[in-house]
Ligand binder design. Structure first.
Ligand code: TYM
Length: 332
């Protein structure tokens, strides 16, 4: 039997999971669990580049694990783990940082954005963050890294680092491909269609754990466009708010933009917005209910993350040993 290809990705438990995380990343993971050998983790090491409340970080990490499972990532078929429980991530990160240029890291958009937002805490971790992400990825030798469009630059840097390392030491790392969904790769805030959906603008951000009434209210208040047209047409340049709602609707229903335009022909935004809200409510309801159920089962979650960390460590260690040997560290 042919071996399955490997997929790997992670999400920072720095905020509660939102619709952008779901449509840009998790949905794409869950749709492919049977076809790939999958590794999905909570990128908790990454979160402390920005100050976190420790109790909240712990709660969100566990809730995120429960949500992964509720979204269809069966721990029997996937390796689900917390990044901080697998020490090889930090170990490989140090090695790779010596093969990454200062200039490369200075060009990362996420660094530029975050350092502008957190001027009082531009720490070294924020700067070297993409190296840790490269280590996360390369340890597991994945073929694909399913992420939203905003993470593409980091995956490209990972490829550059891996190629550089391989060109010196031979084929140590597989060169991974970013795997970006056609619909949902970049979900914008409902109140700010110019900015990506993120927890920092909560009114325009739909959280996976929001109740149906809250979701409906957020969609009703979604900013559409100030054009007089009042017509559902896909035109991201001139109608970014409507285009964003259409991409959400397309992603949750599987309908194409043409089908959506037809469905709402002759009907205005007043009909369209609540319809998108309903479709999102239907998608998120079972996920929220299952997450709520799982979060109470602490023993089960503990078993999942223990086993996950063990499996992940075993694989990660193989790559790390190879790297240590190649660079010349004395082996035990
Ligand atoms: P993070 O935690 O910001 O986001 C997690 C995933 O959600 C996607 N995403 C979105 N997709 C569409 N629209 C949005 N508005 C939106 N917001 C977020 C992101 O593209 C991502 O796929 N550095 C990563 C976490 C990470 C990682 C890794 C990912 C750490 N190590 C290794 C892959 C592989 C991050 O900050 O994503």
């Amino acid at each position: 039997m042919e071996e399955k290809k490997i997929m790997l990705s992670g999400i920072q438990p720095s905020g509660d999971l939102h619709l952008g995380n779901y449509l840009g990343a998790i949905k794409n993971w869950a749709d492919r669990v049977d076809a790939f050998d999958c590794y999905y983790f909570m990128a908790d090491l990454h979160t402390i580049t920005v100050r976190q409340n420790p109790a909240d970080l712990r709660r969100r990490s566990m809730q995120q694990l429960a949500a992964y499972i509720a979204c269809g990532l069966d721990p029997e078929k996937n390796t689900l783990f917390l990044q901080s429980m697998v020490p090889q991530h930090a170990q490989l990160s140090w090695v790779l940082s010596c093969y990454t240029q200062f200039g490369e890291l200075s060009r990362m958009t996420q660094f530029k954005d975050k350092s502008a937002k957190h001027k009082d805490n531009i720490n070294a971790g924020l700067f070297t963050y993409p190296v840790l992400m490269a280590a996360d990825i390369l340890l597991y030798q994945p073929h694909y890294v399913p992420v939203g469009a905003d993470q593409k630059q980091h995956v490209e840097l990972t490829r550059d680092i891996a190629q550089r390392f391989n060109s010196i030491y031979g084929d140590v790392f597989r060169i991974p491909e970013p795997y970006i969904p056609k619909a949902g790769a970049r979900i914008y805030g409902l109140t700010t269609p110019g900015d990506k959906m993120s927890k920092s603008i909560p009114e325009g951000c739909v959280f996976i754990m929001d109740d149906p009434a809250t979701i409906a209210r957020k969609f009703k208040r979604a900013v559409t466009d100030s054009d007089r047209e009042n017509c559902v047409r896909f035109d991201p340049e001139n109608k970014p708010g409507v285009a964003n709602l259409m991409s959400i609707y397309s992603s949750v229903t599987g309908k194409s933009y043409e089908e959506i335009e037809k469905e709402f022909e002759g009907q205005g935004y007043g009909v369209f917005k609540p319809a998108v809200g309903e479709a999102v409510i239907d998608t998120l309801r079972p996920i929220r209910e299952e997450t709520e159920r799982l979060i109470k089962d602490k023993a089960y979650l503990e078993q999942v993350y223990r086993e996950g960390a063990q499996k992940a460590s075993y694989i990660a260690n193989k790559t790390l040993r190879k790297v240590y040997k190649k660079v010349g560290f004395v082996q035990i």
